[in-house]
Design a protein around this ligand. Sequence first.
Ligand code: ADP
Ligand code: MG
Length: 387
Amino acid sequence: MSDLRDDVSDLFAALTGREPDGLWSAPGRVNLLGDHTDYHDGFALPFAIDRRTLVAAGARDDAVLRVVSALSDQAIEVRLDELDAVRGRAGWADYPLGVAWALGRSGADLAAVPGVDLVLDSNVPVGAGLSSSAALESAVALALDDLWRLGMSHPALAQAGRLAENDFVGAPTGILDQTAAMLGRRDAALLLDSRSLATEYVDLGLEAAGLAIVVLETGESHSHATGGYGDRRAESEAAAVRLGATSLRDLGIDDLVRARATLDDLGFRRVRHVVSENARVLEAVRLLRADGPTAIGALLDASHASLRDDYEVSTPELDLAVETARENGALGARMTGGGFGGSAIALAPVDAISRIQVALDGAFSEHGFAQPEVYPVRPSDGATRDR
Ligand code: ADP
Ligand code: MG
């Protein structure tokens, strides 16, 4: 991490001929439980991980926003009053430009603030379902908030990141990722109520229990700007309308009888996932507080089955990763994030990690899948100013 800080500062100096005004960073995340619930006003339980996106930034004496990433050779320069013209058309740069645009929508006067050079680097895997997008948005939002002296709260900056992703990039995602990246805390998960946006920290106590959360990266990259994510959202929102519900958040397990009688099979299964997943999140919080992390394995397994069978967002790679981890000592495992590729997580005793790694390598090559990446992640702090 300290190497990456020096690298991004050096890159900033090489590109601009001056030192950055500061260095900001924000983490990727895994979602312990509660997927495809955030856009239904429901509950989720993510934590920020020990992989971060860094941004070295410095004010300019003109009104130009210039964005560079060590992960792309495509640098972009746009005037702050011309952001609308590139909306949705700047490739990866839509993410940082979108944040500036969203801050403008959230009260910043883009005609009065200086231009900024933004130089990014990251060790969050990109497109792996660990939310490199929200890590980038959150680091940039905090940097611009500081440099432009906006004084916005972390939750407000999370909202700006989401607005950028939804309305500038064009990916119809919920508030989960940005909340984890902005508000994460070491050794804790974050219970998010997507309706009120209230959050509560929930101690995880993994280390004391001899456990770790292990990421199982399938290597299948996913994209939320296209395809299945939007389809699932549309299907489940249509089911809510047929049930006369403003939001699926308002339905409980008892309402599933009526849902089964009212909806076709597909609509019913979409609803059953959301309703049961919300209940699993709340149950996991109760169990974590009462009995600690060893108690939640079965809930992770049930969540995976629901995402696979009812919401249909898993893949053969994710299913294999989850099954293999369980057969090799994990207490529970599930896909994490939006699905259609990306990563799974396993709750595992620390001394089972290497066995899981070896078993996953073997199982993936047996099935002709690309080699997975398997590594533990630590619950970590959210967005910070680092220098
Ligand atoms: P995820 O958030 O799971 O990693 P997304 O598809 O939501 O996957 O976001 C990945 C996209 O975000 C990349 O395709 C790229 O456009 C952008 N991105 C994320 N991090 C960086 C980075 N450090 N540099 C440049 N672009 C990035
Ligand atoms: Mg993302």
